[in-house]
Each structure stands twice: as structure tokens, then as C-alpha cells.
Design a binder for this molecule. Structure first.
Ligand SMILES: Cc1cc2nc3c(=O)[nH]c(=O)nc-3n(C[C@H](O)[C@H](O)[C@H](O)COP(=O)(O)OP(=O)(O)OC[C@H]3O[C@@H](n4cnc5c(N)ncnc54)[C@H](O)[C@@H]3O)c2cc1C
Ligand code: SF4
Length: 336
């Protein structure tokens, strides 16, 4: 199938949003996901609007204390490789650096952007193949009764795909906010509210309207006693999407020698990947962790809680023990 479309390289954000609002135009950042979708006829578009020339979306800036209490602002066009390598991100937001470093292959990390990673389309093989499934406006989900070994165990309704991003769960765990521009206004919202569950709309993955662009991802300044991490299990070590993954962000009580793994956990964020159509916050696990010291009994109880309520399909029951083991191991690493 040959995809025919006109291509516009926008010279300003205003120009980009103006064109995006017209005739089903699609936004092009690094193109690593979009061009594959157009080539494979996952969807069609008469116009592609590139934002790749908009340098104001490229930098990583430090946000002053007077604004939102400080933190980092990452432009939507910052590449995944730049996110993985940035010293401030590696030191202050380890979960994000670790997540970015396991996205795809080095070539894709050099070309793919953080904004594109958050907005990428589902990897469900029926959706990517020649199937007019529910998410493409059809009547059925072919995965529910089909080949569903890579599909979800939480949050699936009529559509059971898993969100493919590694960076999104890390960013949700770190409390990120996304800045969004449209023709009408600028808005921002917590990334945890950016994604849409199939029960609310099985044809959309995010709350973005067609003329909206993610411009920046803002991270709050972490407190001194915070530790974070991201790890996923995948079929191939070289590159692959998560079978299951977990982003952790734990804030411990105390300071100096009392801080870290020895102190009680004041605040816990446990966000799962590879198991739901959105980055999945394991609230029961968080409740078990908060107020406790991070020892083997607590880690084991939290890992069990992280899989409570899992609703497995015919071929993905293996995800439950895999996830439990992963969460427990990662928690104990942060305790050490
Ligand atoms: C072989 C392969 C393996 C991969 N493995 C992984 C993996 O292991 N983990 C993982 O997390 N990802 C993986 N990916 C996905 C990869 O990370 C994304 O393709 C990439 O991050 C998308 O960035 P991009 O800039 O190329 O986006 P594009 O391809 O340009 O865009 C992707 C989508 O997002 C939209 N979009 C892009 N930027 C914005 C924006 N600023 N505002 C609003 N909408 C926007 C586009 O319209 C499009 O629909 C893989 C991809 C491939 C091809
Ligand atoms: S899981 Fe979702 S994307 Fe996959 S076939 Fe079902 S409806 Fe389509």
C-alpha cells in the first residue's frame, strides 16, 4: 500500500496547530511510529504536519523555584537518547533515564522524541495488521478471543491492548505534567490524567484533540530522600516492548543517615507497564508501602497487592507471577 499525503514543515507552533485542525492532518515529530502506521495503512491522512523544525521544543530547562516549586521542563522534541543521557535526569529522575535507556534500539532512541513516545499508537498486532477492530472504528476486539499473550491484565474493557510506552509509566510515577498547545489555548494536565481507558473511549488513547500538540513535559523537583527506578521484562534483551514493567518512586522519611532504605516510606508511587491500556497505578501496593520500612515482608506484600484484581486472558496468565517477582525485586533494590 502506498500512502499519499501532502507534507508541511511548520515554521511555528501556531502554524502547526492551524493545519492540524484541518481534514484529519497528522503530526510528525521523529516519524519512527507515524510513518510505519501510514505505510502499513493503520490509518490514512491527506496531510502530515512536521514540527521537527521547531527548536523551541528541543531543550531541557531548569524550572525556577518560583514556578511550580522548581523542577525540569523537557521539550517534546527532545530525543529519547538525550533523555537517557542527561545528567540531571539520571541523577534526579533515575526512573525516567532508566526507562528511556531501554526504549527500542539506539537508532530509534536517536530519532524518536519524548513527545512521540507518549503519543505513540498501540502495538496490538490486530490493530497494526489488516483488521478493522474496535479501536479502528469496527465492531469487535479480535484479541479478546484471539492471540492475546501480550495483552492486558488490568483496565481492558472492550479493547485489551497494553500501552507501549516505557517513558510514560516512569513519568507518571515521577508526578509529571504535560503542557499542551492548541489553536484556542494552552493547557496543562498531570500525565496520569492524559490517557484514556477503553471503557471511556475505545478509539482514543489520549485526551489530545486533533489540533493539540504536546509541547513540554514538566517534572517536579524531587525531595532529597526520594529514590526511583524503572525496569521491564522483555522477550529479547536487545530491544523489545515490555511484557511487564514497573516504575517506582519512593520518598523516605528522615534525613542524612536516617534517610533512604532505613527510614519509613512516606510516599510511594508504583506504576506498571505492559499490563494495561494506560500506565497503571498500583494503588493497593502503594498503600501497603506507605508508613512501612522497606523490608522483605513489605516488598513481598506490596508485590502481591500489585497484581490483585488481575483479569487474565486465555494466553497471558504468565504476566501475574512475572509482575509479582519483578515488583518485589525492584522494591528490594531500592531498599539496599
Ligand atoms: C521497532 C520499534 C521498537 C520500539 N520499541 C519501543 C520500546 O521498547 N519502548 C517504547 O517505549 N517505545 C518503543 N517504540 C516506540 C518509539 O519509542 C516511538 O516510535 C517513538 O518514541 C515515537 O517518537 P517519534 O518522535 O518518532 O514520534 P512520531 O512517529 O513522529 O509520532 C508518533 C505519534 O505521536 C504523535 N505525536 C508525536 N509527537 C507529538 C506531540 N509533541 N504532540 C502530540 N502528538 C505527537 C504523532 O502524531 C504520532 O501519532 C518502538 C518503535 C519501533 C518502531
Ligand atoms: S486489543 Fe484493542 S487494538 Fe487490539 S484488536 Fe482489540 S480493539 Fe483492536
Amino acid at each position: 500500500m502506498t500512502a499519499n499525503f501532502s507534507y508541511l514543515k511548520a515554521e511555528s507552533l501556531d502554524e502547526a496547530v492551524r493545519h492540524l485542525g484541518e481534514n484529519g492532518a497528522r503530526l510528525h515529530a521523529g516519524g519512527t511510529d507515524l510513518l510505519g502506521c501510514l505505510r502499513d495503512d493503520v490509518f490514512r491522512s491527506a496531510k502530515v504536519v512536521s514540527i521537527s523544525g521547531l527548536d523551541r521544543l528541543r531543550g531541557i530547562r531548569e524550572i525556577g523555584r518560583s514556578q511550580r516549586g522548581g523542577g525540569l521542563g523537557i521539550g517534546a522534541l527532545v530525543t529519547i537518547a538525550e533523555v537517557a543521557e542527561d545528567r540531571r535526569i539520571r541523577e534526579g529522575y533515575t526512573a525516567l533515564a532508566q526507562a528511556a535507556s531501554v526504549v527500542a534500539s539506539p537508532q530509534l532512541r536517536n530519532q524518536g522524541t519524548l513527545g512521540g513516545n507518549l503519543c505513540q499508537k498501540p502495538r496490538c498486532w490486530y490493530y497494526r495488521g489488516d483488521f478493522a477492530c474496535l479501536r479502528k472504528g469496527g465492531d469487535d476486539c479480535f484479541a479478546v478471543a484471539g492471540q492475546n499473550q501480550y495483552h492486558c491484565i488490568f483496565g481492558g474493557d472492550a479493547c485489551v491492548y497494553v500501552h507501549p510506552s516505557d517513558c510514560a509509566p516512569a513519568l507518571v510515577a515521577l508526578g509529571a505534567t504535560v503542557g499542551i498547545k492548541s489553536r484556542r489555548d494552552d493547557r496543562s494536565l498531570p500525565l496520569s490524567e492524559f490517557y484514556i481507558l477503553p471503557e471511556d473511549d475505545p478509539t482514543r488513547e489520549t485526551t489530545l484533540r486533533p489540533d493539540e500538540i504536546v509541547t513540554e513535559i514538566m517534572l517536579p523537583k524531587p525531595s532529597a530522600n526520594t529514590r526511583s527506578s524503572y525496569r521491564k521484562v522483555r522477550v529479547r534483551g536487545a530491544w523489545d516492548f515490555a511484557l511487564v514493567g514497573v516504575a517506582l518512586n519512593l520518598t523516605f522519611a528522615g534525613s542524612g543517615s536516617d534517610s533512604g532504605g532505613g527510614g519509613k516510606i512516606e510516599r510511594a508511587r508504583v506504576v506498571l507497564s505492559g499490563v494495561a491500556p494506560v500506565p497503571w497505578q498500583a494503588r493497593e501496593a502503594e498503600q501497603i508501602l506507605e508508613g512501612k520500612r522497606l523490608d522483605t515482608a513489605t516488598a513481598s506484600a506490596a508485590a502481591r497487592a500489585a497484581t490483585a484484581g488481575a483479569d487474565v486472558l486465555a494466553h497471558n496468565g504468565y504476566k501475574v507471577p512475572l509482575l509479582q517477582g519483578l515488583v518485589e525485586e525492584e522494591l528490594l533494590k531500592l531498599a539496599g
